[in-house]
Design a binder for this molecule. Structure first.
Ligand code: MN
Length: 234
């Protein structure tokens, strides 16, 4: 589903109806309100990552899974004190709170997926340049050893989860998080992520997670996004 199709979806329409009911008004403001609800349009068309990630995978992964996390989050925070907060704060404030486990899981997955789509681009991958490369070399070793560490870490995640390049203090590190867990809840700054839940790759790669990870590193990584996140982290 591309952005125009997304704008026809029932989620968008129901959110739009809600925005109009609450009197926010014109279409431009409605689009802003949609992004506050946490399901921004994909940064590229559904088929833009082919042949490495198919439009069919994107239709399900973005159009069904990601959308469900957005809709669930919206439902779970409605009427609560979390309702008006930015997504990152909803994740941080619900982390580790027994009664808010579903809120945390859905909000964290919403954050993680937004971050994942941004972590890729058409004709991406390969070796970065500039400060992000220097930071990797200072903390992790050569770029080749970073690639090996990242691949092995992503392959080794047992069950569902995520592999991240994060800034932890002054160091860059490769870490895994299980299920919905996210670095923003745990005090490190995410720079880049790959989703290793089976729904991210099963239609294209079936059980060959290692091939998906290789395609991500060689052809999809958006190093500009990671570099911008590093610059913002200071
Ligand atoms: Mn996913």
């Amino acid at each position: 589903m591309d952005r125009r199709d997304f704008l026809k979806t029932s989620f968008y329409l129901s959110a739009l109806a809600m925005v109009q009911l609450t009197g926010i008004g014109c279409s431009r403001q409605s689009e802003t309100a949609i992004s506050l609800l946490g399901l921004p349009p994909l940064p590229y068309h559904n088929d833009a990552l082919e042949p490495y990630i198919s439009s069919r995978t994107i239709e399900f992964h973005y159009g069904k899974h990601h959308q469900a996390y957005a809709a669930n989050t919206q439902k779970l925070i409605a009427g609560s004190k979390l309702e008006k907060l930015p997504l990152k704060e909803i994740v941080q404030k619900s982390y580790g709170i027994k009664d808010l486990v579903p809120t945390y899981n859905n909000a964290a997955q919403l954050f993680n997926h937004d971050f994942y789509w941004e972590s890729m681009k058409p004709k991406g991958g390969g070796k970065p340049q500039g400060k992000i490369l220097q930071a990797i070399e200072q903390s992790v070793g050569t770029f080749e050893s970073f690639s090996k560490t990242f691949s092995e870490s992503a392959a080794a995640q047992f069950g569902s989860g995520w592999t991240w390049l994060v800034k932890d203090g002054n160091q860059l590190k490769v870490i895994n998080t299980g299920n919905a867990d996210t670095p923003v809840a745990m005090g490190t700054i995410p720079l880049l992520t790959i989703d290793v839940w089976e729904h991210a790759y099963y239609l294209d790669y079936q059980n060959r997670r290692a091939d998906y990870i290789r395609a991500f590193l060689d052809h999809l990584v958006n190093w500009e996004f990671a570099g911008n996140n590093l610059a913002k982290a200071g």
